[in-house]
Design a protein around this ligand. Structure first.
Ligand code: ATP
Ligand code: MG
Length: 356
């Protein structure tokens, strides 16, 4: 008797183009599932997002985290609304998912590659002669976005505000271990830990110290700490704090051609909580509903989800189809092409069926 591997996936399309690109990703996932076989993705869709907020005052219903925690993975589109300040969806929806039920998605993974067929705004060659090929790892639960601080003398000319970055040895160490493992599994085995410890006295100094300690357990990884990124072509895996990696990964996405191709994974490496996969871009109201959104970021994120679920062959197929499609010039407008979301998605799904 053959047994099918079942993966329960919570799908949160959200708002704006989040809805369009999530549909594209699900189509690619269903195509690869039918082709490869041996596993089944059971999708359950949830309507969390700005419409729910406008109706009920909350981005999510009751017990939503319990509901989500019963899945093996979460696929997320994007949330946001022109009439609702971003911090509301951040604090009501995005951050609680990241801190789900005491288990943390403490690593945010953001690969950037210059694919054949894409003309990036700036060319960045690697020493090996290839193009830029980075994995940016962002510490996802502490640092500068810990929400600690306060304001005094509010409204007074001498008002003072503090925003305190929190760094814990446990938080840094579990994150950097994942970073070393990631580097160990790549051909170049090169890890760059970015800090700014020359200008600080405590937090990032602890980062440098923990990095040096963890490095001893990974003698085969070439690890260095740079105080700022100065030579992009010498980079492979980059690990940085919440704030620094937030900025650096947006830059990396732009350098690789368009934010419309940048994927991301929010991982709980302990696997106690479901990990979350999403395109880096937002709800993009300027192009929503026009069939213009680039589906590549969402489809690449779906490939990363398959890999996390252990479906390597399916993950490879989706990734290769996406790459070949770009190489063949099947591009949306953000990459200088003419294809609609629907056409670009169909091109990738056709290739999933064709590639051996
Ligand atoms: P965030 O929601 O993270 O704050 P944002 O709202 O500032 O981000 P996005 O929604 O990501 O920004 O959009 C930024 C710009 O990039 C917009 O002009 C948008 O049209 C474009 N863009 C974003 N995603 C895509 C995509 N998938 N395809 C094409 N263009 C995109
Ligand atoms: Mg936005």
């Amino acid at each position: 008797m053959s047994s099918t591997r079942i993966h329960k996936v919570a799908v949160i399309p959200g708002d704006g183009i989040g809805i369009e690109v999530t549909a594209a990703a699900i189509e690619a996932l269903k195509t690869v599932q039918a082709k490869v076989g041996g596993f089944e993705l059971v999708f359950t869709e949830y309507n969390y997002g700005s419409r729910l907020y406008k109706e009920t005052g909350s981005y999510t219903p009751k017990d939503w985290l319990d509901t989500l925690s019963r899945h093996d993975a979460i696929f997320f589109g994007a949330v946001g609304d022109p009439d609702v300040p971003d911090h509301i969806s951040l604090w009501q929806l995005i951050l609680p998912m990241r801190y789900m039920l005491d288990f943390f998605q403490y690593v945010n993974v953001r690969p950037s590659i210059v694919f054949e067929g894409i003309d990036p705004p700036t060319r960045c060659a690697t020493p090996a002669g290839g193009e830029l090929d980075w994995v940016m790892l962002r510490e996802n639960t502490e640092g500068e976005y810990a929400g600690q601080g306060g304001r005094s003398h509010v409204g007074h000319p001498h008002e003072v505000a503090t925003e305190v970055a929190i760094f814990s040895r446990i938080g840094i160490e579990r994150f950097l271990r994942f970073a070393f493992e990631t580097a160990q599994n790549r051909p170049r085995k090169l890890l760059t830990v970015v800090t700014k410890s020359n200008a600080q006295r405590y937090g990032l100094v602890l980062w440098d110290e923990v990095a040096a300690e963890v490095a001893k357990d990974f003698p085969d990884v070439d690890a260095m700490t740079v105080r700022m990124v100065s030579k992009p072509q010498t980079l492979d895996v980059i690990a940085a704090t919440n704030l620094h990696a937030d900025i650096l990964s947006d830059l990396a996405a732009a350098l690789s051609g368009s934010i419309g191709i940048a994927p991301s994974s929010n991982l709980d490496p302990t696997r106690k909580a479901p990990s979350l996969f999403e395109p880096v871009h937002g709800a993009a109201f300027d192009i929503m509903g026009k069939d213009l959104a680039n589906p590549v970021a969402a489809i690449w994120s779906a490939s990363e989800m398959l890999r996390w679920l252990g479906e390597d062959r399916a993950a490879d197929l989706v990734y290769e189809a996406m790459k070949s499609s770009l190489r063949a010039g099947k591009k949306t407008r953000d990459l200088g092409g003419t294809l609609s979301t629907t056409e670009a998605t169909k091109a990738i799904c056709d290739l999933i069926q064709e590639i051996e």
